[in-house]
Design a protein around this ligand. Sequence first.
Ligand code: COA
Length: 335
Amino acid sequence: MYKSKITGMGMYVPENEITNRDLTALMDTSHEWILERTGIESRRHIKKGDGNTTATMGVKASRIAIERSGIDKNDIDLILFATLSPDYYFPGSGVIVQKELDIPTCPAMDIRNQCSGFIYALSTADQFIKTGMYKNILIIGSENHSGGLDMTTRGRGVSVIFGDGAGAVVLSRSSSEETGILSTHLHSEGKYAEELSLIGPSTRRWVPEIMAANDAEDTSYYPYMNGQLVFKNAVVRFSEVIMEGLQENQMTPDQIDMLIPHQANLRISQFIQKKFGLTDDQVYNNIMRYGNTTAGSIPIAMTEAWEAGKIKSGDLVVLAAFGSGFTWGSALIRW
Ligand code: COA
């Protein structure tokens, strides 16, 4: 069996910064409420007409990741695109990246696992590399939330949390036995499928009927979140799936050099940090600046942590995510 390792990373966020105070002009909320509950101070939103989409932000992050990996774009054997906000209902965003990068016929596939999407994609890529089927896989996590949020008081419980952005990595066959992905761990619990969901654009409803109704009050086109249920499950599942990874590798929490949690909520990250006895330097958070960018959050945070010199050769890096589905997962990487 081969091993896989991350050989290049990149990220892109739109320039348009939306602070908590900017949101108070749109809805009944406050900087203090948002900061206290979530740790978020600002987020980036695509500005209408700035050319950014889920796929094109993914392309920007990918170009950086590919360049840093040192491979030629034509050596990419597979494109995996994790998102809950694809440019189109179909086809997926992976093929749009392929078109923009001008890569002729490699397979491209979308992964629809929301906040855990990047971990699911990383795990999928790892399996393809382990078996020897592929050598270089481009993995993207990208979201355009802002175009689909209810930016009024009615939607404030959800809309203050989410931001736009993309991260990408190149995962390649490793020549080293010691470094690379050690293991990945995936879980889902479909009984909570509707507790964090966007059910409006659905094949359960006939499109002509929806169009005829033309109902501006139809909130099913906005995301729904049972915030407290998500919070309670997140803290439990994050902890479990990190522990599962450590146990599989006969490791203990004190061996973690860097934990990069999906940026769901700073309070969730802080809970996990405390639970595993990690210092501020051992957990990377940037939700304060970007909000929750769902599938984009881990590759964005990992890129920033690496750029800041916080991930060094030999480090044990742990990635973990929880979100809609419910789905959750972790990955242990020896850098
Ligand atoms: N600004 C001001 N008030 C707000 C608000 C906002 N943006 N959003 C909700 N409120 C109000 C509610 O209307 C409610 O008012 P009421 O008591 O008069 O009815 C009150 O604040 C409390 O709402 P509640 O939803 O119970 O707040 P909470 O303490 O559960 O915090 C979350 C809400 C969303 C911050 C919290 O549940 C959470 O972080 N959940 C996890 C979310 C998450 O991680 N999602 C990503 C998953 S990957």
